[in-house]
Design a protein around this ligand. Structure first.
Ligand SMILES: Nc1ncnc2c1ncn2[C@@H]1O[C@H](COP(=O)(O)OP(=O)(O)OP(=O)(O)O)[C@@H](O)[C@H]1O
Ligand SMILES: [Mg+2]
Length: 364
């Protein structure tokens, strides 16, 4: 993507007394991007979003939005608008009253306000709902009103702090798809805060994974999932098996890794992350779907190991197996798609486990 930067964060920090909420945040967010801040509770996501919005002043570093430094610029003069997690709308106002609230200060005529409000409601698929009382709406509709209220101000960047977390699972999944589609059709930059890794993967162009007030990795969903740079990122995004390993040898083509639980593998150069120090490797990662239980005699894989099923979790379409590898304490989780002719393997069953060197993830 070659879009120009819309938000530039440089060495940004924030302290609340003795609490260092953010430490050295550097990031460039591009125009039209759906960007997510993902991390566990307390890692500083809301603090970062509030500083971009102008509700909180940085303790150090700088924020540039659309080419302009934001020092001393109050929230209502920034080209951003925020959608909050809950209590997002005024229950005593009508839908139109809620959406048009921010426009009152803009000295528009009643007719102009009504037209802007209707246009914003149309964008979020609530055309004709203007006269409804806010408390007469479903949870999903309320969140859409909150979004319309942000959009009506024509922001360059919409900031969303866990906007879907109060909704039940089905509705949340539906809104994820709708919100993403809306963002793409509007072409406005969205910055979403979430602690739900699946939500971040589904919705984002890029994700910044945050721990302890710092960005641990910033990448596309696919890159984050396939090549997490640290063990901590790897275990936060999806499920990852970690197995003890060490480097056996290095050549221009790649590095040779010994994984006692599985065997040895040559990892080609292009799968070795930049800056990795191979001599410091203590473990490797491998995703549950990259291991296969070879149920059929006739099946084979590039590499095979033997194991025993310890437990299974049946999800209907998939089964997750915990398998202890032969001669090892190491246990791995393996996900298998269920097929028509095959029943779930019971604990105690001896199985062959297939794997391939190309799915091994390296960390130092
Ligand atoms: N106004 C404040 N005064 C003091 N400490 C604060 C304040 N706001 C945030 N903090 C602290 O800063 C850290 C980051 O908080 P923040 O709300 O940004 O986390 P978060 O990632 O949004 O978490 P969550 O997922 O729980 O919403 C926490 O340790 C929090 O206690
Ligand atoms: Mg928060």
């Amino acid at each position: 993507m070659t879009a120009r930067p819309i938000i530039e964060l440089r060495n940004l920090s924030k302290s609340f007394g003795a609490v260092q909420a953010l430490r050295g945040i550097d990031a460039t967010i591009r125009e039209g991007e759906f960007f997510s801040l993902l991390g566990p509770s307390g890692c500083g996501k809301t603090t970062l979003l509030r500083m971009i919005a102008g509700f909180e002043a940085p303790s150090g570093g700088s924020i540039v939005i659309d080419g302009k430094p934001m020092d001393g610029i109050p929230a209502n003069h920034r080209p951003t608008n925020m959608v909050f997690q809950s209590y997002a709308i005024f229950p005593h106002l009508s839908v139109a009253g809620n959406v048009g609230y921010g426009l009152k200060r803009k000295k528009l005529s009643r007719a102009e306000i009504a037209a802007e409000v209707e246009a914003a409601l149309e964008k979020v698929d609530l055309a004709g709902y203007g006269s409804r009382a806010a408390h007469e709406l479903s949870g999903g509709q309320r969140q859409r009103v909150a979004l319309a209220r942000a959009l009506v101000m024509r922001p360059k960047v919409v900031l969303l702090d866990e906007p879907l977390s109060a909704l039940d699972k089905k509705l949340r999944e539906q809104m994820q798809v709708e919100l993403r589609a809306l963002q793409q059709s509007l072409g406005i930059t969205f910055i979403l805060v979430t602690h739900d890794q699946e939500e971040a993967l589904i919705m984002s162009d890029r994700i910044a994974v945050m721990f302890d007030g710092q960005i641990a990795q910033m990448a596309s969903p696919e890159e984050l999932y396939r090549t997490p740079r640290t063990r901590r990122v790897a275990s936060f995004i999806g499920v990852m098996n970690f197995l003890p390993a060490r480097m056996k040898g290095e050549s221009p083509e790649g590095i040779e890794i010994d994984i006692p639980a599985l065997g040895s593998a040559r990892i080609p150069r292009d799968r070795v992350p930049e800056g990795l120090r191979p001599e410091r490797i203590e473990s490797i990662g491998i995703r549950p779907e990259m291991l296969t239980i070879l149920f059929d005699e006739a099946n084979s894989a590039e590499r095979e190991a033997e194991g025993q099923v310890v437990a299974n979790s049946y999800y209907g379409d998939m089964t997750y197996y915990d398998v202890r590898l032969a001669g090892q304490e190491a246990q791995v989780t393996i996900s298998m798609r269920n097929t028509a002719g095959r029943s779930v393997a019971r604990p105690g069953t001896t199985v062959r486990v297939g794997w391939g060197a190309e799915s091994v993830v390296l960390f130092d």
